[in-house]
Ligand binder design. Structure first.
Ligand code: PEP
Ligand code: MG
Length: 588
């Protein structure tokens, strides 16, 4: 028996036999020169292959949508986007025309150069993109040489656990899903395609598990523990029994959570803690109320970029916001303007990727540097505000000036809409994410101007501790319980309270049971979390008093070391509310 640790990306436990899949590599293409007189024909051939690949991707997308749902299918739209993207096409055509290289070789070379660019960035977040490019190269070159992309030549013969280096989107759609119980990969992170697919299909999943295929043979008995991020190879009987017990416990627990959706989110001493949902796609808005939330506290609009090769049009924005509003049925929607840059979309398209994109032109800086794009989004949000309660939230604000500039743009957009007789909410609230130390230190100044704060602990921890949130090498240093972070949260809450503006928390910590009492104790009364996390948080809220939370926070903030603070929280929260952890996935 051997246990391998990885990143837990989809909850649940699976016990089954390993089905090990070969790594997909870039297709090997020989360098072939073409005759200058054949250039035109070769360009036509490239164009035909490109169109064929796009037609095939459209079919695959429709199939994936039907089989797995909207989110996992979207990656194929993204592939189509790349096949329409001049930044990809022009260099290929140039190599055919100017360097007289065959379309196969030209395509392979250009895609390879993109891959090398991402490899140089050494960001785990880019490994997903490399995987997409490998998949795309196989499809495009396959179309050029008239060979269909071979995903699998065989399927598992029983109920299997798929083990792979990293699954490409084409592989995941080629599965016979009725034969798969769980997924585990060597690469990948929480937002990798494998993770999205595992969650969408409700399969337990662990990614980023390092050397896996050298240790697992086809047919080995395995346990994939998606609650704890473990893969157990060749478990003994006792371990299998233990896990079977956990599986049964989890089923009972899930049933009990459904009932919670209807109950109010109040502490034992009657204080309401507002629970909202974080969403990436409009359809997810329906999950929020279903899970017992009362609105969307963070809509990450940058996902509108997934699957397109252009900036979304005003109508594309508007339609997405309208869909959210319809699904929310009167509950409020906080739309965050584009949080582009860093690992989100812009680097891929950029001619010159930034050397340090996490400190580069990202988020509000990117929007203010691309005014037509920003104005389009603001106008669409304003139009949507006529349909239901909407708020605007700005990401990664570091300077009051950025907020003022945006306010000015919003006023400008309102005047345009007035001229056109288009309605909007003239009192729309505009707030900021507090996710860099500069915004914390200036919280008093911001509180005089903005309508609300939302603390984004994911980035606040990253920028306060100088720890890249996507880099597993420094994952152990990423500590939301660090005293510096706790003091920052307290400062923000105090500033908000003194100016009587609402303050929420929408980072991952808001949905982590160990941090929820702490955040409440520090004065946060609104938590915005992944919709599926709402019931667990609600159950905890209903078991604690404000007094208990305040005592806990007062003590936690006194530690000098994050290790002590972390250990204190882990221990104390379980003592105060053991029932919140009972039967909870992820607990031993
Ligand atoms: C955050 O930084 O805490 C946050 C919620 O935003 P994102 O995770 O989208 O960066
Ligand atoms: Mg953030």
């Amino acid at each position: 028996m051997k246990t391998i640790k990885g990143i837990k990306v989809a909850p649940g436990i699976a016990i089954g036999r390993a089905f090990v899949i070969d790594e997909v590599a870039l297709p090997r293409v020989r360098r072939r020169k073409i005759d200058p007189v054949a250039v035109r024909d070769e360009l036509v051939r490239f164009e035909q292959a490109r169109k064929e690949a796009i037609a095939e991707l459209n079919r695959v997308h429709a199939h994936a949508r039907e089989e797995m749902g909207e989110d996992p299918a979207r990656v194929f739209l993204f592939h189509i986007g790349m096949l329409n993207d001049p930044a990809m096409l022009e260099p290929i055509r140039k190599k055919i025309e100017d360097d007289l290289l065959s379309p196969e070789y030209a395509s392979a070379e250009v895609i390879k150069s993109w891959i090398q660019r991402f490899q140089k960035m050494h960001e785990p977040a880019f490994s997903t993109k490399i995987n997409d490019l490998v998949d795309l190269a196989n499809r495009l070159i396959g179309a050029l040489i008239g060979r269909k992309l071979i995903e699998f030549d065989e399927q598992p013969d029983g109920q299997a656990i798929v083990i792979a280096h990293e699954l490409t989107p084409s592989q995941t759609i080629a599965f016979d899903r009725s034969r798969i119980l769980g997924l585990a990969t060597e690469l990948g992170g929480p937002t990798s395609h494998t993770a999205i697919v595992a969650r969408a299909l409700g399969l337990p999943g662990v990614v980023g598990a390092g050397e896996l295929r050298t240790q697992v043979d086809d047919g080995d008995l395995l346990i994939v523990d998606g609650d704890r991020g473990r893969i157990i190879i060749d478990p003994d009987e006792e371990t299998v029994e233990h896990y079977r017990g956990l599986m049964q416990q989890a089923q009972e627990f899930d049933r009990s959570l459904v009932e919670l959706a209807r109950l109010p989110s109040v502490t034992t001493d009657g204080v309401e803690i507002e629970l909202l949902g974080n969403i990436e796609f409009p359809d997810e808005a329906s999950n929020v109320a279903e899970r017992g939330g009362t609105g969307v506290g963070l809509y990450r609009t940058e996902f509108l970029y997934l699957g397109t090769d252009h900036d979304p049009t005003e109508n594309e924005h508007f339609e997405a916001y309208k869909r959210c509003i319809e699904r929310l049925d009167g509950q409020s929607l906080t739309i965050r303007t584009f949080d582009l840059g860093a690992d989100k979309y812009t680097q891929m398209r950029s001619e010159k990727p930034e050397r340090n994109p996490f400190l580069g032109q990202r988020s509000i800086r990117h929007s203010l540097a691309n005014l037509p794009m920003f104005r389009t989004q603001l106008r669409a949000i304003l139009r949507a505000s006529a349909l239901g309660p909407v708020r605007i939230m700005l990401p990664l604000v570091t300077s009051v000036h950025e907020f003022r500039q945006t306010r000015y743009l919003i006023r400008d957009a309102m005047e345009d809409l007035d001229d056109l007789g288009i309605s909007y909410d003239p009192l729309i609230k505009v707030g900021i994410m507090v996710e860099v130390p500069a915004a914390v230190m200036l919280a008093d100044a911001f509180a005089r101007e903005v309508d609300f704060f939302s603390i984004g602990t994911n980035d606040l921890v990253q920028y306060t501790l100088a720890v890249d949130r996507t880099n597993e090498r420094v994952a152990a240093l990423y500590q939301p319980a660090h005293p510096a972070v706790l003091k920052m949260i307290r400062m923000v809450v105090r500033a908000a309270r003194s100016k009587k503006i609402p303050v929420s928390c929408c980072g991952e910590a808001a949905g982590d049971l160990e941090y929820v009492p702490l955040l409440i104790g520090l004065g946060v009364r609104t938590l915005s979390v992944t919709p599926s996390g709402i019931p667990l948080v609600k159950r905890l809220v209903r078991s604690v008093s404000i007094h208990q939370c305040e005592r806990l926070a007062k003590k936690a903030i006194q530690f000098d070391s994050e290790l002590e603070a972390g250990a204190f929280l882990r221990d104390r929260v379980r003592k105060i509310v053991p029932e919140a952890f009972e039967g909870r996935a992820g607990e031993d």
